[in-house]
Write a protein that binds this ligand. Sequence first.
Ligand code: ING
Length: 315
Amino acid sequence: MARVVRMAAAQLGPVARDEPRAAVVERMRRLMRDARADGCRLIVFPELALTTFFPRWYMANQAEVDAFFEVEMPGAETRPLFEDAKRLGVGFHLGYAELAREGGRVRRFNTAILVDTEGRLVGKYRKIHLPGHSAHEPQRPFQHLEKRYFEIGDLGFPVWRTMGGIFGMCICNDRRWPETYRVLGLQGVEAVLLGYNTPTVNAVIQEPAHLRMLHHLVTMQAGAYQNGTWVVAAAKCGMEDGVHMMGGSAIVAPTGEIAAQAKTEADELIAHDCDLDLGRYIKETVFNFAQHRRTEYYGLIVERVGMVPPPKDGQ
Ligand code: ING
């Protein structure tokens, strides 16, 4: 039995700091139309897709920071995407900066949503692994202030039954952590949808650029295989306000193989006929969690946050 859903990763090239949301949405609408014409029923847009990757700047003025956030979703500029989704019958994943008023206070998250082929908002995820730093570090060539501008996500790693499968989401740095995929895998996820904005240069320590692509791919390939799930990852990339962001958008099969990969650092669509049953044999044999996992020995994974090496001789 094959439950095939043709999925697309819609890579976005650079979004300039002053590029209006409406202009970015038009680029995304075109990618959605092209995806539908290519037979796709689901399209994945990048993390923080509506604006430039603003955590690269230190901004002291909160109002200046908040200008990069959405206060409603859909809002006036993003509603056309929801309407196109309904008219074309294409579901989508969208990453954006969320400003929410909850419990009598303002909350700010790096958020992603899942919208189905009827244009209905099915699910929301708020980024849990926030990389970078919270204080201004002027010695860096560029900042990475996600810990300053966003709160840690408070929705966990949920999955949703929709569009014929079991879908989960994560965002950018989350893809580097095995825990992300395993928590989703323990819920039977069949496709993990994610966007990312990854600077090509490591701002902290000299690291060969080719390692960026290796680490990006190997973490998703491992996560896919070890949990028998598809992974669809869309970059926002290219030279964005003077900082180069890596491309490499990819669709990874539950076998760990790369089924499709972007070749440019511009707006580019990659698509693949994803059989959501392809991971079944992996879930039922080599990674049959119920049969093989020994959680009685995994305690440190949850009990211990940071690494603690053994005492040195004589200590
Ligand atoms: N960006 C980068 C990412 O995790 C990063 C930050 C790059 C962290 C490389 C560590 C190594 O892909 C975001 N937005 O998380």
